[in-house]
Design a protein around this ligand. Sequence first.
Ligand code: ADP
Length: 397
Amino acid sequence: MADLILVLNAGSSSLKFCAFDAGGSGGLALVIHGQAEGLFSSPRFTAFDAHGQPAGEHAWGEGVQLSHAEAITHIADFLRGQGSGHRLVAVGHRVVHGGAHFTQPVLATAAILDQLETLTPLAPLHQPHNLRPMRIIAERMPSMPQVACFDTAFHTTQPPLAQAFALPESVTKKGVRRYGFHGLSYEYIASVLPDIAPEAATGRTVVAHLGNGASLCALRAGKSVASTMGFTAVDGLMMGTRCGTLDPGVVLYLLDELGMDAGEIEDLLYRRSGLLGVSGISGDMRALLAADDPRAVFAIDLYVYRICRELGSMGAALHGLDALVFTAGIGQHSAEIRRRVCEEARWWGIELDDAANARGGPRVSTPTSKVSAWVVPTNEELMIARHTLALTQGAPA
Ligand code: ADP
């Protein structure tokens, strides 16, 4: 009977899952993945096998509310119904915040869960949702090993200067500092670079994680030395619906002069800004690339400009640049955005190979390009599964 590792990524209204066979000789193999989404409006469950073929589907209907506990029950029943050849041995979870203390994944005992709960004020929009499934599973299956994997942990190698805000020590001591996010994605990329792009693995490399959320990470020999996201995941690059770096004076202006309250400002900065806010059309890059509208053009121009400005900042932290790696939805799939970024960043010594870029890489720069450019698909779920296996069965992560 094969051992199964379940990876859960819980959001406010969705629960994504991936199941990996841990027993194979070739390492962790994806068996099935899917999600329950729209939990509080119009819940829908979909699942796909390892080849991307539909494996399950269910809709509860408009206006129905499905709790996280009910979604977990549905996923568990679905997995059980998939055959008797597997035995669930551990569950790995994506947890947005590990604070200053959690520098690597950890077995989530009851005491650890209590500790992680105290970090909720640092990530109120994500942390409670990440922790909820852990509590539910601990209650239902007390002996099931659970592992918490943090989006912040990979960045704890950054030097103190990169982690600091220029704020009084009394404020810093309360945990107000730069943490960085998308760490599981960067960790996965760093783990595969030695095979795909050895010079990027050992050199000064910027990884551009361009999904709905987006950030850059500066890697020196595979370790994070700086990133564009700071205290929260709203910092840095322009994103699908998040504004990225903003003069803090703007927040005070919104508060004092425009009379907005904290909830309204949060909604503006996280859900109504970025590509969506600037274009007024969509936060989805595909839709904007297809739109024949000057507002879409301007939004994309700003998106590329912001990446290239921040690339300069990452390059300064690294004292130079040897390689640029694109990943996540936009980075992996949009040859057009890669082309625009590489052209704007040409002065760094990046020379794009148009044919290779159109093919999707992995190398998208010419052989003579001073700075190499790459496309490397990320796999945060596999990274979580590796950590879960390592912590529960002693396998290397
Ligand atoms: P998340 O951060 O939610 O995991 P993804 O990494 O899947 O999201 O990235 C979603 C973004 O990727 C969306 O803006 C989507 O439009 C964009 N995207 C996906 N495929 C393409 C494509 N072929 N061309 C341009 N953008 C794409």
